[in-house]
Design a protein around this ligand. Structure first.
Ligand code: NAP
Length: 279
């Protein structure tokens, strides 16, 4: 690890999202976990969604409640329409409403194109793209039902889609994943356009290389990390908190005028570092 490594330091103002109810999908691991905790530290009550890892989800709930807010773990497969509907209905019943959706759940099933099975293609599209659509649709129904509550937030709801630098950078050997994130970008922008008049803010975050289980092989040995750093002008691998802090800011009224934007949180990975010395 180099001298610039490590999570960003900072104090999240505990009142920033006070009284807001946040749903974070895929929140028992990596980016979703740090995000759920960050939202809790900012004063939001948080639903921690997971599909398989219940124990890990309960630990995240425990940590969030230690900040004096409410939290609960809900199991749901985001690619299943019935399960997403049941999850959002339960949240409205138990928490009263939804103010913030972080559509974060995602996975990879990597293979070169000739080896990639239809099942691998379909699974990634189902979870990474259809899953975000289903969650966004159900959250939007609740935002529209409730409308703006000025004491809580200037908008009727916030949707933050977890995209990737691979909505922009093609990624050989990962055609399913890159296609899903390209789809997330256009889904996000279209929803942002459609829903802005209802004062619903839809945006995305595009992480670069973040140290989580999804990409362990890219950073777990010093050699792998060295290779990875060649792609990152800022010269450190990202930490889940880098993304969590961006989500907290984007979800808050401090960024009320940010609509339909992708915020790249990538240490400059999308700056074509290969051209830094003249190409
Ligand atoms: P991770 O640690 O592997 O976490 C993935 C999460 O998604 C887990 O909580 C998992 O839950 C959940 N999940 C998977 N399938 C699901 C389903 N069908 N329904 C509900 N939840 C499901 O990976 P991560 O790095 O934090 O990734 C989070 C998001 O960031 C993904 O959308 C990913 O594409 C994006 N991203 C990550 C990076 C990076 O460098 N790490 C870069 C760009 C974008 P279970 O544990 O219960 O299965």
């Amino acid at each position: 690890m180099n001298s610039t490594a490590g999570a960003p330091r900072g104090v999240i103002p505990a009142h920033l999202l006070k009284g807001q109810k946040a749903l974070v999908t895929g929140a028992n691991s990596g980016i979703g976990k740090a995000t759920a905790i960050g939202l809790g530290r900012a004063g939001a009550d948080v639903v921690v969604n997971y599909v398989a890892g219940q124990e890990a989800a309960e630990k995240v709930v425990e940590e969030i409640t230690s900040y004096g807010v409410r939290a609960a773990a809900y199991e749901a497969d985001v690619s299943r329409e019935d399960q997403v509907a049941a999850m959002t209905e339960r949240m409205v019943e138990e928490f009263g409403t939804i103010d913030i959706l972080v559509a974060n759940a995602g996975l990879q099933r990597d293979a070169g194109v000739t080896e990639m099975t239809l099942a691998q293609w379909q699974k990634v599209l189902d979870v990474n793209l259809t899953g975000q659509f289903l969650c966004a649709r159900e959250a939007t129904k609740e935002f529209l039902r409730r409308g703006v509550v000025p004491e809580v937030s200037r908008s009727a709801g916030k949707i933050i889609c977890m995209s990737s630098v691979h909505q922009l950078i093609p990624w050989s050997g990962h055609v399913n994943y890159a296609s899903s994130k390209g789809g997330v970008q256009m889904m996000m922008e279209t929803l942002a356009q459609e829903l802005a008049p209802q004062r619903i803010r839809v945006n995305a975050i595009a992480p670069g290389a973040i140290r989580t289980p999804i990409n362990r092989t890219a950073w777990e040995t010093p050699e792998a990390e060295r290779d990875l750093l060649r792609l990152i002008p800022y010269d450190r691998v990202g930490e889940p908190e880098d993304i969590a802090y961006a989500v907290v800011g984007l979800a808050s009224d401090l960024m009320d005028y940010v609509v339909g934007t992708t915020l790249y949180v990538d240490g400059g990975m999308t700056l074509f570092p290969g051209f830094a010395t003249g190409g």
